[in-house]
Write a protein that binds this ligand. Sequence first.
Ligand code: KIV
Length: 285
Amino acid sequence: MSKIISKELKSVSVPLIKEKKAQKDKIVMVTAYDYPSAKLCDDAGVDIVLVGDSLGMVVQGNEDTLSVTLSEILHHTKMVSKGVKRALVVSDMPFLSYHTGIKDAITNCGRCIKEAKAQAVKIEGGKKRSELVKRLVENEIPVMGHIGLTPQSIHKFGGFKVQGKDKASIDKLVEDAISLEEADVFSIVLECIPSEVAQIITNSVKVPTIGIGSGPHCDGQVLVFHDLLGLSDLPLPRFVKKYKNLREEILNGISSFASEVRKGVFPTEEHAYHLEQAKKKENIK
Ligand code: KIV
């Protein structure tokens, strides 16, 4: 059961997320893409709401994340920021929004903070991004790293594949994580990395790791909103645990409405306005 968090609780900040690792306090991150989903995540007490570029898949119905644009991330982050009072809001920088030079990247990431009210951004890639991460952080833009199966690299990887399966790639992942830590990221997402490897990475850095498909040893976990709530009828990867089957609930609700309308059962007079009452009341409640 989700717990309603009172407004008095301290807001989640970037330093607070960093401190959680030393305190062995697991970090909970969930994606959200609009006002109601963000408000639900916040009211349930998650620490970080990520406006993921996974919106390209779960909201827009594409096969990958590559076509998501900066304007779309800004648009969705604005809605999410309005729904969140307590959690940290992170914008996921889409493909080609941070690849064309440091100045472009600072401008694009900065827009997520300045216009859309995110508190941080996430960018994909390890050591090759460390110079960029340094420059973003120097310019007051906190950065979450992301290594392993970085979905913006699927064409390079040849598909959505588990990463870190041989010594060379395991060493590279550890090197990537250390390099991101030195560049001052405040956390690192580890996506689809074998559990043992995610444990080695987690023990190699002082910044928290947040796993997805990377086993239980990470300092936190993230899942996609639509996946964890069972909103899709598509097959899900094995790392997803469906905590609810909302697709079925929603189908039942919509089918009941349709059936009652067709049978003339809804609306009754109870859901209608009547002349005398309508004259007395000004608003529609
Ligand atoms: O876009 C996304 O939702 C993500 C998470 C799965 C980490 O990058």
